[in-house]
Write a protein of this length. Structure first.
Length: 243
């Protein structure tokens, strides 16, 4: 029996729709494979970032400062003890210089008193027989006075340098403690932010891929509504759960 043209047209249409359906499933399969590959790569990248974050955190705990940081003092008790000994030594030097200054000041006051007394005696001395001797003593006292004044000036300079050294040591210790606390909190917050951004990016990409697949299915079903029943009744492979 010869098939009517209408039946031949329906058969041809069904064949075309079957081919289209096969292409659709092929496209979906490819999208699914690509999606799983990208998901695996992103999951691997997240794992690598987590490992890198742990490694950097451990490295920061071991070496919290750059080698180019001139104010850096290692968190070593021997270094801190060495600085404290230097500080105590500088303080002892200041105390010794202060004692020397007090002694020289006493000598200066004593010589000044003798000098003034000698001047008074010279002015009230009627005779001039001892004038040359008195003049020599006065010059000697003036020379000693000048020497004491120079020693006092030297002490002032040493005192200033010692105070400056102590100030710098205290500043270095303070900067070291502040820098350790600051750099530790900054490094941890930066790595946490980087990991959070990568996680958000992965979630956004997965949502876009899923939305793209659903839109493609809906478009094809709308174009061929008579196949929606056959598609829903066709056995499907179990989907893998998204990580």
């Amino acid at each position: 029996m010869i098939a009517s043209p209408k039946r031949s047209t329906i058969s041809s249409s069904s064949s075309s729709l079957t081919d289209l359906l096969q292409k659709l499933y092929g496209t979906i399969t490819n999208l699914k494979c690509n999606h799983e590959n990208e998901l695996g790569q992103l999951t691997k990248r997240i794992s690598e970032l987590e490992d890198e974050n742990k490694r950097l955190h451990a490295l920061h705990e071991q070496h919290p400062h750059s080698i180019f940081d001139i104010d850096y003092i290692p968190a070593d008790s021997s270094v801190a003890d060495h600085l404290r000994r230097d500080l105590a030594k500088a303080q002892d030097q200041i105390n010794a210089l202060q004692a020397t200054l007090n002694e020289k000041c006493s000598e200066y006051e004593d010589m000044k008193s003798k000098y003034n007394l000698q001047l008074f005696m010279n002015k009230n001395n009627v005779g001039q027989q001892n004038s040359s001797s008195d003049s020599g003593k006065s010059k000697d006292l003036e020379m000693k006075f000048k020497q004491v004044k120079e020693q006092i000036d030297q002490f002032d300079q040493c005192h200033y340098e010692s105070e400056e050294q102590i100030r710098l040591l205290k500043q270095i210790l303070f900067n070291n403690e502040s820098q350790q606390s600051k750099s530790s909190s900054q490094s941890f917050s930066v790595k946490q932010s980087d990991l959070s951004q990568q996680t958000n990016y992965v979630e956004s990409l997965l949502n876009k891929q899923q939305e793209k697949i659903l839109n493609k299915l809906e478009e094809l079903l709308n174009q061929n509504p008579e196949l929606s029943q056959s598609i829903t009744t066709k056995p499907r492979k179990g989907r893998k759960k998204r990580l």
